[in-house]
Design a protein around this ligand. Structure first.
Ligand code: NAP
Length: 261
């Protein structure tokens, strides 16, 4: 519970997630790990899902020790249809409920359109978009039954603006936005809120290897004049996951230092 006093009138904003269970995909490192940390710090038990066994186990252990809430690693390739139902059955068996799903796992396979291979198109669509469909469908029934749920999908500002050399990635992220709005309408009557965060240029392994010229160009277009931190995105996820955002659904929040405005 956070207490903001404004000129004598007191607004009480509730960011506590005590007693909630959150699933965060792609949480072994980068933005997903910061999200898992932030939700755990707010009191949620967290299921961390990633392909990298050692890394996800280490992240879950680190977060559990730091936050004092149960954090359990799960290993899965989210682009593989056969792995999704068993994954969510195991999570439900462990925690009995899922209150928050953060679809964060994502990849890039950049190239100009005329050089883009079919396999690079398909891989990005499978990891970035199809996995969001599969994971959301897997939790939706139990969220409908419990009559609440928060689904937060991590897209990108390039899903709104486009970016040369990323036709596959931009299509996947624009797809995530359209998907989220459709599902927000389907879940609304059962108090399932579905929202999107569209990060701008965030310092992680994903952006580390970009050419220096691309980094400088992104920075020059960012009014706040810096790269975002994984924590900047995690803070927005906490907002959408918390009771403070109960009246928001179908929204796209750009966490981008003003880049896409
Ligand atoms: P990252 O550092 O590359 O981390 C991505 C994580 O997702 C890794 O732990 C990776 O596991 C995992 N992952 C990838 N494919 C997976 C799969 N098929 N199944 C399970 N896990 C998988 O990326 P990030 O920068 O934190 O990005 C997180 C999200 O934010 C992505 O959706 C990305 O598109 C989005 N985003 C990032 C930026 C940015 O500037 N960084 C901007 C806009 C949007 P491994 O360790 O096994 O590879």
């Amino acid at each position: 519970m956070q207490d903001f006093s404004l000129n004598g009138s007191v607004a009480v904003v509730d960011f506590s997630l005590d007693g909630s269970v959150a699933v965060v995909t792609g949480s072994a490192r980068g933005i997903g790990k910061a999200i898992a940390f932030t939700l755990a710090r707010a009191g949620a038990k967290v299921a961390l899902v990633d392909m990298n066994k050692e890394a996800v186990e280490a992240s879950a252990k680190e977060i559990e020790e730091a936050c004092g809430v149960e954090c359990v690693p799960f290993v899965a390739d989210l682009s593989s249809e056969e792995q999704i139902e068993p994954l969510f059955s195991s999570i439900l068996e462990k925690f009995s409920q899922i209150d928050i799903l953060v679809n964060n796992a994502g990849i890039t396979r950049d190239n100009l359109l005329i050089r883009m291979k079919d396999s690079d198109w398909q891989k990005v669509i499978d990891v970035n978009l199809k996995s969001v469909f599969l994971c959301t469908r897997a939790v939706f029934k139990s969220m409908m039954k419990q009559r609440h749920g928060k689904i937060i999908n991590i897209a990108s500002i390039v899903g709104l603006m486009g970016n040369a050399g990323q036709a596959n990635y931009c299509a996947s992220k624009a797809g995530v936005i359209g998907f989220s709005k459709a599902v927000a309408r389907e879940g609304a009557a059962r108090s399932i809120n579905v929202n999107v965060i569209a990060p701008g240029f965030i310092a992680t392994d994903m952006t580390e290897n970009l050419p220096e010229s691309a980094k400088q160009s992104m920075l020059a277009q960012t009014p706040l004049g810096r790269m975002g931190k994984a924590q900047d995105v995690a803070n927005a996820v906490l907002f959408f996951a918390s009771p403070a955002a109960d009246f928001l659904t179908g929204q796209v929040l750009c966490v981008d230092g003003g880049l896409a405005m």
